[in-house]
Design a protein around this ligand. Structure first.
Ligand code: BMA
Length: 820
């Protein structure tokens, strides 16, 4: 196989010729224009509005390719594009070679007849996505609605394009076009590998691996299938026929090292190489069993992931594309975000259906970090056509993506879509003619996607939708905590108090979220300091959920004393978000095994914005992400107040070893005096949760507004801490903590910050302004006489002096501007 890489420099212009720039492939139109200085920074201020017209342009990518004579001696010469976004035609030397309408399916076309030795021209013409979608809408016999967002491009559900390119309630509308992933020209006479995938049969001490290779051959002939894995090499002669060949080989791996999710063991991987007919494919596979248990039980319908026979409590968040501009979604950016996820003890990432099937890099990184992937098919918050054309595109897409991704040990589940069932029950069109839309829905859902999983990935489960109550359940499962997964949005979208999280017992909560502002560092990337005000137009512009800023503000009044100044506003919004999600996760973990998963909405952002994310655009940790490191930790101690008013202490242990914990509960007043000290030992079950104590409130405190619990649990060498407050923070007369820090250089590039306090200080948040990096812990309670040493690791080395100058500290008492 000879291959010419088509990545690198191309020329890009719009059809009318008013814009012409150099462009990079893989890459997108907007990134190329921004790089060439032809458009404003899409993320600054309200610039996005000026860029809306770009979605109405047709784009032309063009480059020259040198073709050696030897290449044309081969029988077959094909052109490959992993992803063309979206409605595209490929021309070779002016002749139409391929057409594509689905960015989730690669393009592969024979082009030998169009080529000559020497200089050749490849041109990719991409139709305006906005106009292509509009044209599709005109062909519809009846309306197919989609969710509406403040700034959006219409009819996005009629194109097989990343749905959130057209705008979302956290994302800009940037209707990019582009060429993504690998692009090449390949020549072969004997064989070209299209797919390699494996099946595993786990025995007592061995795994039998069947390796399948799909090989396309131009002229057929004798070949050797060669498989290398786990130090073994197996070969077998194969007679390739012209056309598509499916060949198999078997390898037995004795004493396999199993792949484990983060927190439960090493995510062992094996290198696999397959060679045939002059082509080669390499990948890394993981050996493990995975079952999704879906059982009727006393509480309804369970949803439990079982890996290597061990039921897993899934901890994680939903993933949206790493950047609104595809060119910026580099492996380094993905690695940074996924490393942060793993550091927060996440073991599952949900690839949300409004984004994209991610790149190979993404899944490889998840494999390496032990992050299970809940994979939605890319359909979200809309109804979709059921025309034979649309369904056959969906089939091609499912087939390709399943074969591409099936070997990733991280891949845990295929899910039909995001929230389409909900919309089926809400859109007036669907309510008025439910039968029609439900039939359409299921033709795509079970009829195409479910069927494709069953045929092509029988070792995995297909879950019809997120949320849903299982196969055949077409109800609105948002509010049903008894069946399957739920999206619990009552606390944010319906304005209920945080306690509402503790009034449900989800079997698996695959979405729940609470917004906060990103740090000032990130806000500075879209607003000038004179606009640092929550109702300044630019702050409202970088908030895509109508009423979102009002909701944040209104809840300050519910729980806290009102913050003074914008900086404290931002800080308190992060405290509030961390508190909301902590409340939910701690309670739901205590419910294990009724509840077996908590994936919050959302891990990351596509641009700098006020949103539900715990990682800001650029990767900075909000307070929620630091809090996740505690509430997702393998050992957790948490406090829950029952309806009857009792205070229950729960212990969770996600390790596979039962343990004895030493627990100390101090009842403290707000000056830091210890009023009561309770110490006991408690048994923590392996891979489970248990109530370890319970008290009447009066056994603990005399005055609910004057005292709180400072809790410490030791399990072996692991020390976990938590606090509990009996009432809302606004009722507490917090005292001025008098925080003091000393800073010194730590190991390597790190800095050690010792932070001490004379009075109890809550939600103490350190920020190294203008310096990228993270602390090992943050958002802490600092008690008198118990200084804490925090380590800051910058992404790039910085001088001690600069770090010292950058350090800002906020705490709950200070946020309201109180001086006493
Ligand atoms: C959901 C998601 C997204 C949305 C989020 C916040 O349910 O699936 O569509 O961004 O809520 O509203």
């Amino acid at each position: 196989m000879t291959s010419i890489d088509l990545c690198g420099k191309w020329n890009l212009r719009n059809r009318s010729g008013t814009m012409a720039v150099a462009a990079v492939v893989p890459g997108d139109t907007h990134s190329a224009l921004a790089h060439a200085g032809k458009i404003v920074d899409p993320y600054w201020g309200e610039n996005e509005l000026q860029l809306q017209k770009l979605g109405q342009e047709d784009w032309i990518y063009e480059r020259q390719v040198e073709i050696p004579a030897s290449l044309l001696e081969e029988e077959s010469v094909t052109i490959h594009f992993e992803s063309l976004d979206t409605v595209a035609k490929v021309f070779v030397n002016g002749r139409l070679a391929a057409q594509s309408r689905n960015m989730f399916v690669p393009v592969c076309a024979e082009i030998k007849k169009y080529l000559h030795t020497g200089r050749n021209t490849v041109r990719v013409e991409i139709q305006s996505p906005e106009r292509a979608a509009l044209a599709e809408s005109r062909k519809l016999p009846y309306a197919i609605p989609h969710a509406q967002f403040p700034i959006q491009s219409a009819h996005r559900n009629l194109l097989r394009k990343v749905q959130c390119h057209s705008g979302w309630d956290w994302g800009p509308c940037l209707m990019v076009s582009g060429i993504y992933g690998a692009s090449s020209i390949r020549a072969t006479s004997l064989g070209r590998i299209e797919h390699v995938y494996t099946e595993q049969k786990h025995g007592k001490r061995a795994v039998e691996l069947t390796v399948h290779a799909e090989v396309r051959s131009a002229r057929g002939g004798a070949a050797t299938l060669e498989i290398e894995v786990g130090g073994q090499r197996v070969t077998r002669p194969v007679a390739l026929q012209p056309g598509l060949n499916c060949v198999q080989g078997k390898v037995t791996i004795e004493n396999p090292k199993l792949w484990w999710p983060n927190g439960l063991g090493a995510p062992a991987l094996y290198d696999l190489t397959v060679r045939i007919g002059g082509d080669e494919r390499r990948k890394r596979i993981g050996l493990r069993t995975l079952k999704v248990e879906n059982k009727e039980d006393a509480h309804g319908l369970s949803l439990t992931f079982i890996v290597n026979g061990v039921p897993i409590f899934c901890k994680g968040a939903s993933w949206i594309p790493a950047d609104a501009l595809p060119q910026r979604q580099t492996r380094a950016v993905l690695d940074d975000l996924l490393t942060s996820a793993a550091k927060a003890h996440m073991n599952m990432i949900r690839v949300w259906g409004g984004g994209q099937y991610e790149s190979d890099d993404f899944y490889e990184l998840c494999d390496e970090k032990g992050l299970l992937v809940w994979q939605d098919f890319m359909f979200a918050c809309a109804l979709y056509p059921a025309s034979s054309e649309f369904l056959s595109e969906a089939r091609r897409e499912a087939e390709y993506q399943i074969k591409r991704l099936t070997d990733h040990p991280s891949l845990a589940l295929w899910c039909g879509n995001n929230e389409n069932l909900g919309f089926l029950n809400w859109f007036p069109e669907a309510k008025a003619n439910r039968d029609r839309y439900i039939v359409d829905y299921d033709r795509l859902n079970e009829g195409v996607l479910g069927k494709a999983v069953l045929e092509l990935d029988p070792q995995r489960s297909f879950w019809p939708s997120s949320p849903c109550g299982g196969h055949g359940d077409y109800s609105d499962c948002w509010h049903n905590d008894a069946r399957g997964d739920m999206h619990f949005w009552s606390v944010w979208h319906e304005g209920k108090p945080f306690e509402a999280y503790t009034e449900i017992k989800p079997r698996f909560c695959s979405e729940f979220g609470y917004q906060s502002f990103p740090s000032l560092d990130t806000i500075r990337r879209y607003a000038r300091p004179e606009h640092f005000n929550v109702s300044a137009p630019v702050m409202e512009f970088h908030q895509r959920n109508p009423g979102g800023n009002a909701r944040i503000t209104e809840n300050f009044a519910r729980y806290f004393r009102f913050p003074e100044g914008f900086e404290n506003f931002v800080y308190l919004s992060q405290v509030q978000q961390a508190l909301a999600i902590k409340t939910a996760v701690e309670y739901w973990r205590s419910l294990r095994p009724i509840c077996m998963g908590a994936l919050y909405w959302q891990l990351n952002d596509t641009w700098p914005v006020c949103s539900w994310a715990s990682l800001e655009h650029g990767g900075k940790w909000k307070m929620l992400h630091y809090a996740a490191r505690h509430f997702f930790a393998p050992h957790l101690i948490s406090v829950h107040r029952t309806k009857a008013g009792r205070i229950e202490i729960h212990g969770s242990n996600d390790t596979l070893k039962a343990a004895t914990a030493s627990v100390t509960i101090r009842v403290m007043d707000l000056a830091g005096n210890v009023r009561k000290r309770i110490a006991f030992r408690a048994k923590l079950p392996a891979n489970g949760s248990a109530r370890i104590k319970d008290y009447a409130v009066s056994q603990l405190v005399a005055d609910e507004a004057a005292e709180f619990l400072a809790i410490e649990m030791k399990v072996g060498r692991d020390i976990v801490r938590n606090d509990y407050f009996f009432t809302v923070f606004k009722k507490l007369e917090l005292q001025k903590p008098q925080l003091k820090t000393t800073i010194r250089k730590g190991a390597g590039n790190t800095f050690a910050v010792t932070i001490a306090s004379r009075k109890p200080a809550f939600y103490v948040m350190l920020q190294a302004e203008g310096i990228e990096g993270e602390f090992d812990d943050n958002g802490l309670t600092i008690l008198p006489g118990e200084p804490r040493v925090l380590t800051f690791t910058p992404k790039k080395p910085v001088a001690l002096d600069r770090f010292k100058r950058s350090l800002k500290i906020c705490d709950l008492h200070g946020s309201s501007g109180m001086v006493s």
